[in-house]
Design a binder for this molecule. Structure first.
Ligand code: ATP
Ligand code: MG
Length: 227
């Protein structure tokens, strides 16, 4: 269960910040994500959580340092099934219905599956089936977040990177969502990394990273199996 999915060594990410200046958003980060990890990434706004998640999933590249995906392949092979994102910003396609949004990753993977049936199955688990034919603009922020989470789980990706996936949910809905996600990936070696401000979410996961002004700390936390 400890196969490394992501290995990052000494990664830095700077963004241009005016003429001849650059803002160091990530500073000399060493980290790894192993198969089966359930990790929380906590830190205040602007500390670098989104930047790090994007790099771990290959959407962005570090300015220096190295990153590899030993069990997943090269960076350009990660999307379409191996890594799934729940983005912090709304990311459902506005012209597609809920069920079409959830089916889309399966269609893009060109798998010989009934994408609509699979999408409806996962929406049912999330108790979102009655929203299937709605457009994203007809959803509340929290409903859209739950649909985005369902979409991330539909392909059985080995690494799920979720950026504040409960940010718009009340605490009991957030707890239920996390219970469901942990239940769906229980007994799989799917790794889950959640960036969150919510300590009750972080407390449910067995690894905890905290990030402060771009510097990552691995907080000691006894390894335990999720409930
Ligand atoms: N594309 C970009 N161009 C310039 N600066 C950026 C860019 N993306 C992020 N930054 C800067 O990098 C730093 C880290 O941003 P990041 O979005 O990773 O923080 P965060 O921890 O996810 O914050 P939040 O909790 O508000 O989502 C911030 O100072 C931000 O302004
Ligand atoms: Mg963020």
């Amino acid at each position: 269960m400890n196969e490394p999915l992501v290995l990052a060594n000494g990664i830095c990410r700077s963004f241009p910040n005016g003429r001849n200046a650059s803002l160091p958003a990530l500073i000399d980060i060493d980290c790894h994500v192993d198969a089966g990890d359930r990790a929380a990434l906590v830190g205040v706004s602007g500390s670098g959580k989104t930047t790090l998640l994007h790099i771990l999933g290959g959407l962005d590249a570090p300015t220096s340092g190295s990153i590899s995906w030993p069990a997943l392949g090269a960076r350009d092979e990660l999307l379409l099934g191996k890594v799934a994102f729940v983005f912090q910003a709304p990311s459902l396609f506005p012209a597609l219905t809920v069920v079409q949004n959830v089916a889309l990753p399966l269609l893009l993977m060109d798998k010989q599956v009934d994408a609509t049936a699979r999408a409806r199955e996962i929406l049912a688990k999330f108790e979102l089936l009655d929203l299937s034919e709605k457009l994203p603009e007809e959803l509340s922020g929290g409903q859209a977040q739950r649909v985005a989470m369902a979409r991330a789980l539909v392909t059985g990706a080995r690494l799920i990177l979720a950026d504040e996936p409960t940010g718009q949910l009340d605490s009991s809905t957030a707890t239920n969502l996390l219970d469901l996600v942990l239940d769906i990936i229980d007994d799989t070696d799917t790794a889950l990394v959640i960036a969150t401000h919510d300590e009750t979410v972080a407390a449910r996961l067995n690894r905890r990273w905290s990030i402060d002004a771009g510097q990552l700390r691995n907080d000691a936390k006894p390894a335990r199996k999720s409930a």
